[in-house]
Write a protein that binds this ligand. Structure first.
Ligand SMILES: Cc1cc2nc3c(=O)[nH]c(=O)nc-3n(C[C@H](O)[C@H](O)[C@H](O)COP(=O)(O)OP(=O)(O)OC[C@H]3O[C@@H](n4cnc5c(N)ncnc54)[C@H](O)[C@@H]3O)c2cc1C
Length: 417
């Protein structure tokens, strides 16, 4: 029989993280929302110390092979690093999605290094998360003229053969945690740039720019609808020189888009993680509705035939079903990642589904609660604002649907866009 129960280590992780969500995030949720650009240092310091104490440098899953070498016993257990990350992210986002995005340690940038970097690069860039001070990372693809269509990227990387350095020029916008990575800590940012603008996607590679690199500046802070605790910035690179070794993947332009695909593999891990965050916000909203209804003496009669239920009961059950569907797709995508299976399609499916479900559930929750949902007395209106981003970043819902369709139909990007 198939069991959908979570394994014990995941349940334990969930319990530990729940204490953080309840005691450290929820109490400052409103304050952080109202004071955009303030940094939740107490949470950051706590998470930095806690993840180190747990033997992990960051939220980025450890290299499984390395882990196995450290502890042969672990070979006997099924790999669950990505699934554990999902449980953590879901619970932290249930606490507060904006504050979760301020968690120190390897996030999107580390995922890019893990996906496309050499063992030496992984060591060089990821070891900094184990230091005394909390460190952040970021990943930036988006430019004023290039969002969904990454072939429109205009940031360039030119090799100076005399000094063996890359010279980067261009502008990136909407960089999550960009300021924390470059200014507030000794972190790094992974930047997508073109080796040859004529080569289209085949010329695109990712490069690591470390904090304090001359020529790379944060130029603007966005003011946002939701996830306001998280910094979202613009970055300008002006003759920004980085070592040759900071390119992730091959420095030569192949006729194929192999190098570009390597960079795209980052999404196989990050899209389900965004889905997990969406699930946390959606669950927070749904639980809030159920608690308020129960306080009013309204309970959901799950065992009634559908035609005998009230409309409200049917709506709630439909929302719970959608949340479960999205959860199952997300855990499947990350189970596949843990087991080194190609998960690109399921990763996109989970992101489409969870992004949509979070938007629908939070909107419906506000609708059901009426003024309680609209009032700032409760966090529901905030969750409604926080949810939408999950349908936008890491590929919009439409773009992820395209990825799924291409996979099912066997089309290339150029054949279905
Ligand atoms: C708060 C926030 C944080 C972000 N963080 C980061 C980050 O850390 N790093 C980073 O690189 N980017 C980040 N982004 C940028 C985000 O990834 C982009 O906004 C997103 O990829 C969409 O790109 P775009 O804004 O240029 O919209 P566009 O690509 O112009 O799309 C506009 C609309 O058209 C739709 N659309 C576009 N092409 C198609 C198509 N072929 N078929 C159907 N529909 C289509 C889109 O789905 C969307 O609804 C962030 C954005 C926000 C708002």
């Amino acid at each position: 029989m198939i069991s959908f129960e979570m394994p014990k280590p995941l349940v334990q992780t969930r319990t530990v993280v729940e204490t953080v969500a309840v005691n450290m995030m929820r109490p400052i949720s409103r304050e952080m929302d109202e004071n955009e650009h303030e940094i939740p240092w107490a949470y950051i310091q706590f998470m930095h110390t806690a993840t180190k104490a747990l033997g992990s440098s960051s939220m980025a899953p450890e290299d499984t092979e390395k882990e196995k070498k450290k502890d042969p016993e672990k070979e006997k257990r099924p790999p669950i690093n990505y699934q554990r990350l999902m449980v953590m992210v879901e619970m932290l986002s249930w606490g507060d999605a904006g504050i979760y995005l301020c968690t120190p340690g390897g996030m999107l940038g580390a995922a890019a290094v893990s996906a496309a970097g050499t063992p030496d690069q992984k060591k060089r860039f990821l070891s900094r998360f184990k230091g005394k001070e909390p460190v952040f990372d970021a990943m930036s693809m988006t430019e004023p003229q290039a969002g969904s269509d990454t072939s429109a990227i205009r940031t360039t990387a030119v090799l100076d053969e005399k000094t063996n350095e890359w010279i980067l020029n261009g502008e990136k916008i909407f960089v999550t945690a960009g300021n924390k990575a470059l200014v507030d800590s000794k972190g790094f940012i992974v930047v997508w740039a073109s080796l040859d603008l004529e080569a289209g996607r085949a010329g695109i590679r990712s490069f690591v720019i470390e904090a304090d690199t001359p020529g790379c500046k944060v130029t603007k802070f966005e003011e946002k609808l939701g996830i306001r605790a998280s910094d979202t910035v613009s970055i300008v690179m002006q003759d920004c020189r980085i070592p040759f070794e900071n390119i992730l993947g091959s420095p030569t332009i192949e006729k194929s888009t192999k190098g570009y695909k390597g960079a795209m593999e980052t999404f196989d891990a990050t899209r389900p993680i965004v889905a997990a965050s969406a699930l946390g916000v959606a669950r927070a909203a749904l639980e809030f509705v159920l608690e308020k209804l129960e306080a009013e003496g309204v309970t959901i009669r799950y065992n009634l035939p559908r035609q005998k239920m009230s409309n409200l009961e049917r709506e709630i059950i439909d929302l719970e079903t959608q949340l479960r569907q999205a959860w199952l797709l997300t855990i499947k995508a990350l189970w596949m990642a843990d087991n080194h299976q190609s998960n690109g399609m399921v990763a996109s499916m989970s992101k489409v589904k969870a992004g949509k479900v979070a938007t629908v559930i939070t909107q419906k929750a506000v609708e059901i609660m009426g003024p309680l949902g609209y009032s700032q007395e409760f966090l529901l209106e905030k969750w409604f604002r926080d949810a939408k981003i999950n349908d936008i970043f890491e590929g919009t819902g439409q773009i992820n649907l395209l990825v799924v369709a291409r996979n099912i139909l066997g089309y290339r990007g150029s054949q279905l866009r």
